[in-house]
Design a protein around this ligand. Structure first.
Ligand code: MSP
Length: 648
């Protein structure tokens, strides 16, 4: 099996922003997942250089356009490298292989009678590099570039007979329902095709920056007609027929929703004209906005992915982009939300799980973990999540794949809370059970790391190293390795915290961690405000021991539990606190069905003033670890501890 995967090639008039980075990162997740499935994969990215904006930017900087593009190539490559994008090829439209492919396709199409001379008169948006009809403009402006005024042009152009291919395109869509995903984009394009197609300009007159038409060298190829050909140019069209045979047609073009029309109408028609097979699929992803606004340099709402990755590393950003945005829909980024998700998913959840596992393995078993484990329910949950992960990733529901992998992490954390290895360790009679528990947790962490490998490649490689996985990362395979294994002793390895909580990082600013603090760009500029914040943080708000001792924490036993009517979260508990029984209403119903609560030994705050919840008086509060966005896990105490015992 082979898979040729492409992203859109970027205009180089400015550096990458978080929106363009989103496309590259999510495509990279797809490429890495494909390799993990054992599929021979060719993943390409590149730069689109023959744009008027690129030419103008070079002139502004007093540079020759090609020299400017050379510089930008280095900037783009550096950002993609920082984000760990594993492309196999990077094409530039000024390369000879691209020029050969463009001229060949233009000639073949011309010879087929699909290109003819005419005059274009109408609007042109230089930022879109697209001809616009009156109906495309809102208040005389391009809706995507409202700060710019479109140009009115009248020039002799060569036209491509797009209209000729309307019926063939409709038929292609009908025969290949999955050609364009997600379905909402498919419906948009079908409506457009049904309304009819007009021929389009495929050349520009009076410009020097571009590829000359082979049959009319005074004209250059229109930048979109030029750019689309990059995909077959990289596959060897016109330069390496053997390579073309091997890799074309592409398995998937990943592009933004604004340019799906070019990829599913114009591009297939160009390929039909040249007698080449069509790509198997196009995925039109949504937009990443910044704080609800379109990301744009001119509007001051552009986020530099290098800055974001510079704070916590590439993997947390890759996880955010994959997990927090439903693939195919629009999503949003803010620095607050990003930091919050970092703390919840990585610092508190996965990172903490790995640290606890290694610490317990060291304390109780000298870092050596051996089978047999108990398997049981944890094994079943892990295998179910792995299956859900695969079925999601196979249809590019990347966010659901990421969520399924994180359910493995949650299950492992819950398993630790339920089995309480620290309690087992107190009695030598539990030695075998304790070994089994540690083995099971290691196994769950291993599977989670394999599933998350395409999303967080370097951290997951490190997690696998720490749990003593012997298979080199590049040799791991989803079919064989993302499933529960009953055997295999492991030597765990200690290491520093993978993802320290972000406040801790800020606090250590003067030490080894010199990366920039994660702040809004506006705030960063305001030095006095930052100093003021630091001064406020210096005020000592910690409790004295006397303050703490005012809180009466006690062990309690659950005697009875029943769901609170009309509430998803609340459960009513009757508990024994040693010298009395009382009622507590707790928000743990989503994590624990009532019958699983009866008989548990828990910890409560015993001296809270009574409060009414859904009309029921609650006398105290149950303690639970409550990850943000996750389910609570009750604080577990050894059953042998008598109700009423003080916790301090
Ligand atoms: N050069 C053309 C593509 C030619 S492909 C044959 C182009 N370049 S671009 O630099 O403007 O955009 C590159 C890709 O980034 C496009 O797929 C575009 O949709 C995507 N994005 C640009 N801004 C984006 C967001 N804010 N969010 C998500 N994707 C975004 O178009």
């Amino acid at each position: 099996m082979r898979f040729f995967l492409t992203t859109a090639i970027d205009y180089v008039n400015s550096r990458p922003h978080l929106g363009t980075a989103y496309e590259k990162v999510t495509a990279d997740v797809i490429a890495r997942y494909s390799r993990l499935c054992g599929v021979e994969t060719y993943f390409m990215m590149g730069n689109d250089e023959h744009s008027q904006n690129v030419y103008r930017r070079a002139v502004e900087r007093g540079l020759d356009p090609l020299a400017y593009c050379d510089q930008m190539e280095q900037e783009f490559r550096a950002v993609w490298k920082q984000l760990d994008c594993s492309f196999d090829d990077f094409i530039r439209t000024t390369e000879p292989r691209h020029k050969i492919a463009v001229q060949k396709l233009a000639q073949v199409s011309f010879d087929a009678g699909d290109i003819y001379e005419g005059v274009y008169e109408g609007w042109y948006c230089v930022s879109c590099e697209a001809f616009k009809q009156e109906k495309d403009l809102v208040g005389g402006k391009c809706p995507l570039h409202p700060t710019l005024t479109p140009e009115w042009i009248r020039e002799k152009n060569f036209f491509f007979r797009l209209s000729k291919y309307r019926d063939a395109l409709l038929q292609h869509f009908a025969l290949n329902p999955a050609f364009l995903q997600p379905d909402v984009r498919r419906n948009e394009i079908l409506r457009l095709l049904e309304a009819g197609l007009e021929d389009i300009s495929m050349s520009r007159a009076g410009q020097s920056w571009g590829i000359p038409l082979p049959f009319a060298p005074d004209n250059v190829v229109y930048v979109w007609f030029d750019a689309l050909i990059n995909y077959i140019a990289a596959a060897g069209y016109g330069t390496d027929e053997g390579k073309l045979e091997k890799w074309w047609p592409a398995g998937l073009h990943v592009v933004g929703k604004d340019i799906t029309r070019f990829h599913t109408v114009v591009w297939p028609a160009m390929l039909m004209s040249a007698g080449l097979p069509l790509p198997k699929q196009v995925f039109g992803h949504g937009w990443v906005n910044y704080g609800g606004q379109r990301m744009s340099k001119s509007l001051g709402t552009s986020v530099d992915p290098a800055d974001v990755a510079g704070r916590f590393g590439a993997d947390p950003l890759r996880l955010y982009l994959t997990k927090e945005i439903s693939y195919g829909s629009d999503g949003d980024f803010t620095f607050e939300r990003y930091e919050e998700r970092y703390n919840v998913d990585l610092a508190n959840n996965l990172g903490n799980l790995v640290s606890r596992l290694v610490a317990m393995a060291e304390k109780y078993r000298g870092l050596r973990v051996s089978p047999p484990g108990s398997g049981g329910r944890l094994a079943q949950v892990v295998d179910e999540c792995a299956a859900r992960y695969r079925s999601s990733m196979d249809v590019y529901a990347l966010h659901e794949g990421a969520a399924a992998a994180f359910r493995v992490v949650d299950a492992a954390n819950e398993f630790i809370a339920e089995t309480a290895p620290w309690a087992l360790a107190r009695d030598p009679a539990n030695a075998e059970r304790l070994s089994g528990v540690l083995f099971d947790v290691t196994e769950a962490v291993r599977v989670a790391a394999v599933l998350l490998l395409p999303i967080m490649p370097s951290s997951c490689a490190e997690i696998l190293r720490r749990i003593g996985e012997p298979t080199p990362v590049a040799d791991l395979r989803i079919e064989r390795d993302a499933r529960w294994r009953a055997g295999g002793a492991r030597e765990l390895v200690k290491g520093p915290s993978l993802w320290p909580r972000s406040e801790e990082k800020t606090a250590s600013g003067g030490g080894a961690d010199r990366r920039p603090a994660l702040k809004e760009p506006k705030v960063e500029e305001n030095a006095t405000q930052a100093t003021g914040g630091a001064a406020a943080a210096a005020e000592d708000t910690r409790l004295t021991i006397d303050d703490f001792m005012k809180v009466e924490l006690r062990v309690a036993k659950v005697l009875d539990a029943e769901a609170v009517p009309k509430s998803k979260k609340l459960v009513k508990l009757r508990i024994d606190v040693g010298n009395e029984q009382r009622t507590i209403v707790a928000g743990i119903a989503e994590a624990y069905p009532p019958d699983q609560l009866v008989g548990r030994t828990i910890v409560i705050v015993a001296n809270l003033k009574p409060a009414k919840l859904m009309g029921i008086e609650s006398n105290g509060m149950v303690l639970a670890a409550s990850p943000e966005g996750g389910l609570p896990t009750l604080l577990a105490v050894d059953e042998s501890i008598a109700p009423g015992t003080r916790v301090r």
